[in-house]
Write a protein that binds this ligand. Structure first.
Ligand code: PEP
Ligand code: MG
Length: 747
């Protein structure tokens, strides 16, 4: 093909901009654009295909093909050369189109078969909008300059589409990006269903000037912004020096990208072809996103993520658009983010109706906060941040881990039925609030709630919980930027006790380490942090923090009973030592003249299988014991609780795990020590009745689970269920879920 130069490209972009500014409908604009492109490229044909729905492309304008085919010719994603360009997000350039695999002859277009074909995707930051095609009678490949030039034009078309330039009532142009209904299957982070409108944690940057008039000026703007970006990244890197080797390595890779010459060179070339500085950044970002989608290598994916992140930062510098766009939060906001920290999530407070994360994990602290806010959470929702726009209607199904964005009416109606049914069930459960969790055979099970934030405490009243069976004190440490002071903690714990109105609160001392890393503490470079220096191990080695926390707890209790529970006890001596530290703190506080708690009960959390076999003395020393099932299960099966791949592989109702729980229950009974179960499984009704049938008389769970668990316990004869379990175990059934659920169904 004839060589084109920068000035041809800039002339074409100028004509496109005039087309955009001229009055007229969307169809006129598209027709003019195809005409200008064919003219500028010297080709017989130029056509624009846009998505009608997520799977169908439609010919929307053409120069050179039959006019009657416009809005008639349609292709499925992946069908023909056009469909393949769209699917893979990459150009196809051929001198012999009919010989290409997948070529489809579309008779209605009157195509006399143009042998040379160049198609490029019209996409915006990885979002597929359509395909731009030029075809020619002369059987020759298009040059690299042609491809590059056409990509630049496609980029401008994508921006024009984003601005609504092709919307047209008359011709029903389908280029309504962000209009299709899509369903995204992620993972459940917290159950529940919600309907609302999207609120993006990081709103997309809007580019209003894709075309640059003066390449010199645009280059200067780009260079200035890149310099600022580099200096920001360098500052971040300097701040991370103290944060451990692994983090620094990641930041170094990030910095390398920020200083990449080839990245800058490509953007400068885009500017020379007529793009504005921000459009050039976005064009390279779009290409990186398209590559990211097809990259399987995790290292490459991480680096493409880096590039994506840097591009976002650069765009914000160039456009001056921060996170706060001045937009108003819609009613019933559902937060959509790539990932979010617990503190950021807490900042939104109780306004949110739900949360959808592109990444995230079930065991993360954002998940724990979502749980305490009692809002549905879906994680691993692939592509949600590029698909969703602020204000889009959205349905989130936290039970199934599914998100419906811009849902069809039928889906929305079915969903509303589901929400209504859940509300109905909640009402039924609310009616049980003041009734005991008493089984048909007369056994009373105490239902406690888990908490960790002040925001959790109103649930004590509304859920009917009899107390707090697990207060995760580390959440208060995690949501701060510095170590809290002793007096701050004492005030906070005192508020917690005030809100509990005399009901017991089991304070678990700091469980940091593993995934719970304090931003102001040097992270440990450990190969396997879940089994590393965490929880009581840190408390016993670095005594200052634990001592300070124990003092704060004693002062907060002042005249009231105090329950202290030590996490992650893996051998008796650890408990003895922690117990001794508490008693020393009590003696010191007494000496200092502080009022004493009216009673002190000291408990241990069993979170490792080793404690099932601990000496009898351990059980006798404890005033109470609580099983941390999240950790106990991960160590029993050697299956990481945060690894979605293995997490679900092992069932809580497996015979071997229930046998372990039963052994711990028996040993506690022998020592007359009260036992509870406070992992997430306690909040699942079938698991909960099973534990109750094994003899657990206290379960601690998230507040929203208390109703459903109580409902089931009140309808079951635990003695009969115990027989079902014993029979299954005697017969060597390896997983008891089936016999248990079958039996429950028959009741
Ligand atoms: C547990 O391990 O079950 C537990 C309650 O503690 P956490 O989830 O905070 O580790
Ligand atoms: Mg634990």
């Amino acid at each position: 093909m004839a060589g084109r130069n920068d000035s041809d490209s800039r002339k074409l972009l100028k004509r496109l901009r005039e087309t955009l500014a001229a009055p007229g409908g969307g169809q006129d604009r598209l027709d003019n654009i195809t005409h200008h492109i064919a003219d500028s490229m010297g080709t017989e044909v130029c056509s624009i295909y846009l998505f009608r729905d997520a799977q169908t492309l439609e010919l929307c304008a053409t120069e050179g093909l039959k006019a009657e085919a416009v809005h008639k010719t349609r292709l499925r994603l992946g069908e023909g050369l056009v469909g393949r360009v769209a699917r893979h997000g990459r150009p196809i350039n051929t001198a012999n189109a009919p010989a290409e695999p997948g070529f489809r002859y579309m008779a209605e277009t009157g195509e006399e078969i143009f042998p040379s074909f160049l198609g490029v995707p019209i996409q915006r930051v990885g979002e597929k909008l359509g395909v731009l095609v030029v075809q020619s009678r002369e059987a020759a490949l298009f040059t690299d300059d042609d491809i590059y030039g056409l990509e630049v034009v496609a980029m401008v078309l994508a921006e024009m589409a984003e601005l609504g330039a092709f919307l047209d009532q008359q011709s029903d142009n389908p280029q309504m990006q962000h209009r299709f209904a899509i369903a995204i299957r992620g993972t459940s982070g917290q159950e529940g269903a919600a309907e609302g409108r999207v609120w993006l944690h990081e709103p997309r940057v809007v580019i209003t000037n894709p075309i640059g008039d003066d390449p010199q000026k645009e280059r200067a703007r780009l260079l200035e912004s890149v310099a600022m970006l580099r200096s920001n990244v360098d500052t971040m890197l300097a701040a991370s020096d103290a944060a451990g080797k692994e983090y620094t390595e990641v930041m170094e890779a990030y910095r390398m990208f920020a200083h990449s010459r080839s990245w800058l060179r490509r953007m400068e070339e885009d500017i020379d072809l007529g793009l504005s500085a921000e459009a050039a950044v976005e064009k390279e970002q779009s290409l990186a996103r398209a590559r990211l989608e097809s990259a399987a290598d995790p290292y490459l994916r991480d680096r493409l993520h880096d590039l994506d992140d840097l591009s976002n930062r650069l765009l914000r510098i160039l456009t001056g658009q921060g996170r706060d766009t001045g937009a108003e939060m819609p009613e019933n906001p559902i937060l959509v983010a790539r990932n979010i920290g617990p503190a950021e999530l807490l900042d939104y407070g109780r306004k949110l109706k739900g949360v959808v994360l592109e990444e995230g994990s079930v065991g993360s602290h954002a998940a724990i906060v979502a749980r305490s806010l009692a809002i549905p959470l879906v994680i691993n929702a692939n592509r949600i941040t590029s698909e969703a726009l602020n204000g889009d209607p959205i349905l989130i199904d936290g039970d199934m881990g599914v998100v419906h964005l811009r849902p069809e009416d039928t889906i929305a109606a079915a969903f509303r039925d589901k929400i209504a049914m859940q509300a109905e069930a909640q009402k039924r459960y609310a009616g049980l609030r003041d009734l005991p969790a008493e089984s048909l055979c007369g056994a009373q099970v105490q239902l406690y709630m888990n908490a960790g934030l002040m925001a959790d405490l109103p649930s004590l009243q509304s859920s009917g919980a009899e107390g707090v069976g697990l207060f995760r004190t580390e959440l208060q440490f995690l949501t701060r930027t510095h170590f809290p002071r002793r007096s701050e903690l004492a005030t906070l714990y005192s508020h917690v006790l005030d809100s509990a109105l005399g009901r017991p609160v089991m304070f678990r001392t700091l469980d940091i380490g593993s995934d719970k890393v304090l931003p102001y503490m040097k992270p440990q470079d450990e190969p396997n942090p879940a089994m590393g220096w965490r929880a009581i191990r840190v408390g016993l080695d670095k005594r200052g923090v634990l001592q300070m926390q124990l003092q704060a707890l004693i002062r907060a209790a002042a005249g009231r009973p105090l329950y202290v529970m030590f996490p992650f006890i893996a051998e008796m001596q650890e408990f003895e030592e922690a117990h001794r530290m508490l008693m020393e703190a009590v003696a010191r506080e007494r000496r200092l003249g502080h009022p004493m708690p009216s009673d002190i009960r000291v408990g241990a959390m069993i979170e490792t299988p080793s404690m099932a076999y601990a000496p009898k003395k351990f059980f006798e020393m404890c005033d109470f014991i609580s099983i941390g099932g999240n950790d106990l299960k991960q160590f029993f099966f050697a299956a990481d609780r945060e690894n979605e791949r293995v997490r679900r592989r092992y069932d809580t109702l497996s015979g071997s795990y229930l046998t372990l729980l039963d052994l711990i229950r028996k040993r506690c009974d022998e020592a007359h020590v009260p036992l509870s179960f406070c992992g997430e499984d306690a909040g699942r009704p079938i698991e909960a009745v099973t534990f109750a049938a094994l003899g657990f008389r206290r379960l601690s769970m998230r507040p929203a689970s208390i109703g459903p668990v109580k409902h089931l316990i009140r309808r079951v004869n635990l003695t009969d269920l115990r027989e079902v379990i014993d029979e299954g175990l005697a017969q060597g059934v390896s997983n008891l879920r089936r016999p248990i659920t079958d039996w429950l169904a028959r009741q």
